[in-house]
Design a protein around this ligand. Structure first.
Ligand SMILES: *[C@@H]1O[C@H](CO)[C@@H](O)[C@H](O)[C@H]1NC(C)=O
Ligand SMILES: *[C@@H]1O[C@H](CO)[C@@H](O)[C@H](O)[C@H]1NC(C)=O
Ligand SMILES: *[C@@H]1O[C@H](CO)[C@@H](O)[C@H](O)[C@H]1NC(C)=O
Length: 313
């Protein structure tokens, strides 16, 4: 019985280690803090600049972006899966540590998908609650090119963090209806006040409390198709870390003036992100516990039978 206790303890410990938030997050070992110069319109991202960015692929082709939250979970958008899951999970994969789509290289870590949690309130007309969690089949091993990002704990926390620089990145096309880019692109953007973003001449009320707008008023920097599900990330000078503030959700075409990118506001889903991860972890835990008790029970039966037969002879 002590053995069983120990096993349960060890499996619980492993699950906690795998699913608890990282102490170290939002830091990029290969690239320094954001500089003062602004990149307008986007450019190729330096190697290792966004170590939490992943490519979610269907049949090895880039489909959507995603962001590593911890070794097992990737944040993405529900609209990336909603109409595609009929294809079958086995045709999806997640590639981390990637810069050039056609040449993954030595730093790439490829995982299949064990589970996709889409938000039950996702609205395919308004795009509200466009957030999803992807559970990978085995943990990422963190290295210079593969790191988790930090996520705001709640809306107040998001405001306290006093972000200075925000960036978007992805392999999305550089123009509306274009093909994906081979090299990861990045651009600096500004968070845009929801009231301004909802002006009649902008999105005219389509931007809900669960969304955040970012871009440049001119439209010179914007996310586009293929960037979906990827991060809007902002730097906290105080903590010297990056936080995922948004998930690329939608925009009217790409790079149009007064039509900035619209992102799912992660701080509004902090609770959902937490409970969805622990719900899955405890389901795995229950499964493990059941399995272990089953095995131990069977072993005990064998032992009893052995003792009984022995005494009979
Ligand atoms: C949106 O969802 C509704 C009901 O869930 C469904 O009938 C409709 O076909 C969906 N629309 C699109 C564009 O997927
Ligand atoms: C929000 O998060 C901050 C930072 O973790 C915490 O100190 C605060 O208590 C939280 N507020 C609420 C209302 O949960
Ligand atoms: C927020 O950051 C700016 C510089 O980016 C700084 O001037 C300001 O004092 C900060 N505010 C707080 C409350 O820390």
């Amino acid at each position: 019985m002590e053995f069983k206790g120990l096993l349960l303890f060890v499996s619980a410990l492993c699950l906690t280690a795998l699913t608890s938030p990282q102490d170290s997050c939002g830091q990029r070992p290969l690239v320094g803090p954001p500089g003062v110069s602004r990149i307008v319109g986007g450019q190729e991202a330096p190697e290792g600049a966004w170590p939490w960015q992943v490519s979610i692929q269907i049949r090895s082709r880039h489909h959507c972006g995603g962001t590593i939250l911890n070794s097992l979970w990737v944040l993405s958008a529900t609209h990336c899966f909603y109409k595609y899951l009929w294809i079958g999970r086995s045709h999806f994969r997640v590639v981390a540590g990637l810069n050039v789509l056609s040449a993954p290289g030595d730093h790439a870590q490829i995982r299949s998908i064990s589970n996709v949690k889409m938000h039950k309130d996702y609205d395919n007309v308004t795009s509200d609650s466009d957030v999803a969690l992807v559970l990978v089949s085995s943990p990422f091993s963190f290295a210079d090119h593969v790191q988790p990002i930090c996520a705001p704990h709640n809306v107040t926390h998001e405001l306290i963090l006093n972000f200075s620089h925000c960036f978007i990145c992805g392999w999305g096309s550089s123009y509306f209806n274009g093909r994906p880019m081979n090299r990861l692109q990045e651009a600096e953007v500004e968070l845009i006040d929801r009231r301004m973003c909802n002006l009649v001449t902008w999105y005219g009320g389509l931007v809900t409390e669960n969304m955040i707008c970012a871009g440049l008023e001119s439209g010179a920097a914007d996310a586009c198709q293929g960037d979906s599900g990827g991060p809007l990330q902002c730097y906290s000078e105080d903590e010297e870390r990056f936080y995922v503030v948004g998930v690329t959700s939608f925009g009217e075409e790409c790079g149009l003036p007064h039509r900035p990118g619209v992102y799912t506001r992660t701080s509004r889903f902090a609770g959902w992100l937490k409970t969805s991860q622990t719900a899955s972890a405890s389901a795995v835990h229950r499964l493990n516990t059941g399995l272990i008790s089953g095995l131990l029970g069977a072993a005990l039966m064998l032992l009893i039978q052995f003792v009984i037969t022995k005494y009979h002879c």
